[in-house]
Design a protein around this ligand. Sequence first.
Ligand code: ADE
Length: 255
Amino acid sequence: MRFDVVSIFPAMFDSLSEWGITSRALQRGLWQLHRWNPRDYARDAYRSIDDRPYGGGQGMVMLPETLADTLQAIALAQGQVRAPVIHLTPRGRPLDQARVRALSELPAVTLLASRYEAVDQRLLDRHVDEEVSIGDFVVSGGELPAMLLIDSVVRLLPGALNDPRSALEESFSTGLLEGPQYTRPEVFEGVTVPPVLLSGHHARIVRWRRDQSLRVTRERRPELIDRARRQGLLDAADERALSAMISETDGQKKG
Ligand code: ADE
């Protein structure tokens, strides 16, 4: 898979190419990273990439022509593949694991990591396919959001994780949050590992883990329980476990 990123700080993406799973996957040839600096496509001697907003106001707006030229160069380099152009912005649709999975099946994706207050709307309307947000908070530019997106996609590429089961079991792939995990020692600061995990009883361990996962999800993200239910991801045993948790909470409230 191929990522083309547009950014005036291309070196920020070194953290993907130099570290961890994304770096190893790059070395394994599972993906490619191409960086494009819009300053290289600037039309004036100052290499300007932004200007003041028409109508006045705070901040600067990224110039549409420079970005259009950059995107055109990318499309040329990509050849036949038609890669979606995604702009990272808090105005975008929130990224989720379903979108990440869909993106991981594409041959190429172009990411526009903007800076300053805005990008000229005509560029967005004419050259951007989709706007994506990484959450309801604001960071200083699109680079970190673009890196989050790339990381979440690359780890799903076949061969990126040493044990592909990790991607299947972790939070969101089951529609639920992950429950707790424990390792040695058996007693840490006076607290023992839940005995079921030491029992060697595989079926009971699987059930316990599932219950923990339901419990954490119900406490922290109750809307995910409803969604999992609508998607048919909860079975009768799950519903029994959830009912038991509800009686438990009721008991606590009354008691
Ligand atoms: N740029 C700044 N904040 C952002 C966010 N939350 N998501 C995507 N891009 C952004």
